[in-house]
Design a binder for this molecule. Sequence first.
Ligand SMILES: Cc1cc2nc3c(=O)[nH]c(=O)nc-3n(C[C@H](O)[C@H](O)[C@H](O)COP(=O)(O)O)c2cc1C
Length: 365
Amino acid sequence: MSQLFAPLTIKSVTMRNRVGVAPMCQYHAIDGTAQDWHQTHIGALAMGGAGLIIMEATGVSPDARITPYCLGLWNDAQVQALVPIVKFAKQQGSTMGIQLAHAGRKGSSERPWLGGTHLTTKQGGWDTMAPSELVFDTDGTRLWKTPQAMTQADIDAVQQNFADAATRALQAGFEFIEIHGAHGYLLHTFLTPMVNQRTDNYGGSLTNRARMLMETVAKVQTVWPKHLPLGVRLSMVDWSEDGLSLEDTITVAGWLKEAGVDVIDCTTGGATPEARSSINNGIAQQPEMAAAARAGTGIMTMAVGEITDAKQAETIITDGKADMVLLARQLLRDPYWPRHAAKELDDDVAALMPDLHKLFIGKNP
Ligand SMILES: Cc1cc2nc3c(=O)[nH]c(=O)nc-3n(C[C@H](O)[C@H](O)[C@H](O)COP(=O)(O)O)c2cc1C
């Protein structure tokens, strides 16, 4: 058996293999509520054999979304729309996770294929919040809104929203939560000195800048069952000498481990226009950063970034760089990638298939 297709147990949850679906915004929700699109998209990924599916960045309040078309978890209708999606994926053998997020100063945006620019209130947008009043695109082009610096009351409210969304995630049947601490969204903007210029308890030293993340984790832990896994996605570096270094984020990973977080999903970038995208040239280095965090702290890691090939994925696991690999774009190309990878690694393809597929196409994915 390959290591990639060996089960992974975190707390009470056993994932059938170590191939995970990275969180991917779909921009197809209406009022934060999942649609047929999500059922079909997630259903295909579950039938394809993924061990874990992490659903997209899901806003913990309306103004926490990236776009007006992103998923949310601030009301019961949103829970009810997710129930059948989660149920179907679990029936197919996938563990279901969800990424809880606040977009901060990058929220209130148009969908990326329409330019991704900030939307005015008239266009369906909203006022944005951040640790400091720093605009993302200083040239006034794409993300031009100046966010409001958050008050203590804003901070408390956002943390409570994360906890309430975690409660709803549990009601919808999710067994894994990933807190989004990356890509220049709210929690990352607290962590990075490039965007956080606060002079209170939430700014300055790394301990202070990490406070918002640590408190949010603690708040989620008040409602998220101790027997279920909890993860955090971190941008391990800001790709700038002025930003977070790998040493900084490994320190934070250690604090998260001590706090009871089970796994770090290791990505990079996104805090500034220079490191705008999580899909840029540096991301092939991310598995090495997952390896450094795992070796440095003993926390479990997920490696992500340009993983497209079965042997490449297998090597990340066998070399001990990560406990799980996450794929994004390759699984959009081919939701049945896990089956093809299992075949290439001489593993049990049929084990990943529903009975009907097993009977009629068996070991021929
Ligand atoms: C369509 C799309 C949507 C994405 N949405 C999210 C998201 O909701 N949350 C997140 O943390 N990253 C998001 N990402 C980044 C991916 O999770 C992943 O880190 C990145 O694409 C690199 O992995 P890949 O090389 O396998 O595509 C998205 C990527 C894509 C392609």
